[in-house]
Design a protein around this ligand. Structure first.
Ligand code: PBG
Length: 329
């Protein structure tokens, strides 16, 4: 064997020899400040209600949400994305535009509690508020009416901005939603409220557990407005439109099944790019870990690292607070 000397000369394994070496040469590092915690606040409950399909996630009371916000500040994460779960749902999602609707009172609570210590974001979409569970209002044939929905989104934007949101997350995939909401905000003087556009949002089976989290009664699917998973090029068209309409940040959603789209966004967008690790992605890891089939913490960090590697500046994840601790180790 010694005839061969020390062949091969190139040994990539040299840089993998110790934890310190691996840490030093790591190309990508998820950071707590890049993480955004999505959180649910439900009207009319006295105690937090666990979301059974998302172990560890709850529907908060107003009070426990304030505490969660303080914990988020202490953990050093970047922000919160709030979703409201109203007591009463109706065809037009009235509670989404009521200044005293659950999301609006929660925004005021959290803003009063933590001020500008983190970025306070709110979901700008109707599906949490409609009795049919669609992201917009329906026309006489029962189809989601794009332009009538835009009017509702503009009203939602104003009440959310007035309640103290720093950033709004239009997530309904209506055409023209970014431009329409931007104009409504600007005309009302909310020029500093930013828009985090759900730009490439795919009709996904991985949203399942979210339906429980917001008590959605959706029948059918969202395939006439959310993107088809077969299409990548189309997401570039959505990106061009959202940037032209004034998106301040853009997002790809879900995360793991769409890393290619995320990478393309990084190459084409000059604004911060986010990714949403959605409910089903979370629940898959939790379920497999519960069965003892995977190492939960390692899997969490690996997914977050994969988003960074694919080009994400920001990650929405239900593990945000816990991950902030894991990343500091
Ligand atoms: C729309 C919205 C959804 C999610 C975030 N915003 C549901 C959907 O579009 O079907 C899903 C998030 C998740 O699954 O974690 N309001």
């Amino acid at each position: 064997m010694s005839d061969y000397g020390s062949y091969p000369a190139a040994r990539p394994r040299r840089l993998r020899t110790t934890p310190a070496m691996r840490r030093m040469v790591a190309e990508h590092r998820p950071h707590p400040a890049d993480l955004i915690l999505p959180a649910f606040v439900r009207e009319g409950i006295e105690e937090p209600v666990p979301v059974s399909s998302m172990p560890g996630v709850v529907q908060h009371t107003r009070d426990t949400l304030r505490k969660a916000a303080v914990e988020a500040v202490e953990a050093g994460i970047g922000g919160l994305m709030l979703f409201g779960v109203p007591l009463v749902k109706d065809a037009v999602g009235s509670q989404g535009t009521d200044p005293d609707g659950i999301l609006q009172v929660a925004l005021r609570d959290v803003r009063a509690e933590v001020g500008d210590e983190l970025v306070l974001m709110s979901d700008l979409c109707l599906d949490e508020y409609t009795d049919h569970g669609h992201c917009g209002v329906l026309d006489e044939q029962g189809r989601v009416d794009n332009d009538a929905t835009l009017e509702r989104y503009a009203q939602m934007a104003l009440v959310q901005a007035e309640a103290g949101a720093h950033t709004l997350g239009p997530s309904g995939m209506m055409d023209g939603q970014i431009g329409f909401v931007r104009r409504a905000l600007d005309e009302a003087g909310h020029t500093d409220v930013s828009l985090f556009a759900y730009t490439a949002k795919y009709a996904s089976a991985f949203y399942g557990p979210f339906r429980e989290a917001v008590g959605s009664s959706l029948r059918g699917d969202r395939k006439t407005y959310q993107q088809d998973g077969a299409n990548a090029r189309e997401s570039l068209r959505e990106l061009a439109l959202d940037l032209a309409e004034g998106a301040d940040m853009v997002m790809v959603k879900p995360g793991l099944p769409y890393l290619d789209v995320l990478k393309t966004f990084r190459e084409h967008a000059d604004v911060p790019v986010g990714v949403y690790q959605i409910s089903g992605e979370y629940s898959m890891v939790e379920a497999a870990a519960e069965k003892g089939w995977i190492d939960r913490e390692a899997a969490i960090v690996e997914t977050l690292t994969s988003f960074r590697r694919a080009g994400a500046d920001l990650v929405l994840t239900y593990w945000a607070v816990e991950a902030a601790r894991l990343l500091r180790r």
